[in-house]
Design a protein around this ligand. Structure first.
Ligand code: MG
Length: 203
């Protein structure tokens, strides 16, 4: 399986990092070795001193697809979860300044924390899903899918022009404003609606 992440998909987040709003979806990959599951702790890596959380809604791809039209793209994901796209912001800034790829800042081990998945039928309206991240029981990020620059369908359609989707692939769909560093000892709790989906520690 592969993990595809969308960048700058919430205007307020693009603005906080002084990035322009994209006219087409921006995407990058994390390897499967990046997954952090079952509320296991995230161990602070030795190569960064500015490790940021980014809470994101994650789609689980339910069937193989290529060149998918937006009208049919909704059929290609079957479940929704929530994840943290951990980012070594110091390394990412360095890569960007030098015009280099971001993988070392985004694809390292355990950088893709992921919750359980919920069938999409459990959601009434994909354009009104609330989600949030609490750190030490204080809300630090709050999003709603109505504020996405590109919808789930637009993302799937666009990426599938370049990359074949396979069952089990995941798409991290972008983060709202409020990204900041984590520190050792922090407790992260991510919610879809009011449902607690993830609860783990930074060690
Ligand atoms: Mg992200």
């Amino acid at each position: 399986m592969k993990i595809i992440c969308i960048g700058r998909n919430y205007a307020d987040h693009a603005k906080e990092l002084n990035n322009p709003l994209p006219v087409e979806p921006v995407f990058f990959f994390k390897p499967d070795s990046a997954l952090l599951i079952n509320d296991q702790p995230f161990y602070y890596p030795d190569f960064s001193t500015d490790l940021h959380y980014e809470v994101e809604i994650v789609l689980r791809i339910g069937k193989v697809g290529k060149n998918i039209s937006p009208a049919f793209a909704g059929r290609y994901y079957d479940k929704i979860g929530i994840g943290i796209d951990f980012t070594a912001r110091d390394l990412q800034r360095k890569c960007m300044a030098e015009g280099l790829p971001w993988e070392m800042a985004k694809g390292f081990d355990n950088s893709a924390a992921i919750s359980k998945f919920i069938p999409k039928e459990n959601f009434n309206d994909m354009k009104k899903i609330n989600f949030r991240l609490d750190i030490n029981d204080k809300t630090v990020q709050q999003g709603n899918t109505r504020d996405m620059v590109f919808s789930f369908e637009e993302i799937i359609s666009y990426v599938s022009r370049f990359i074949t989707f396979k069952t089990g692939d995941m798409i991290y769909t972008g983060t709202p404003a409020g990204v900041s560093p984590v520190k050792i000892g922090d407790n992260l709790k991510a919610y879809l609606g009011n449902e607690l989906m993830m609860d783990f520690l930074i060690k």
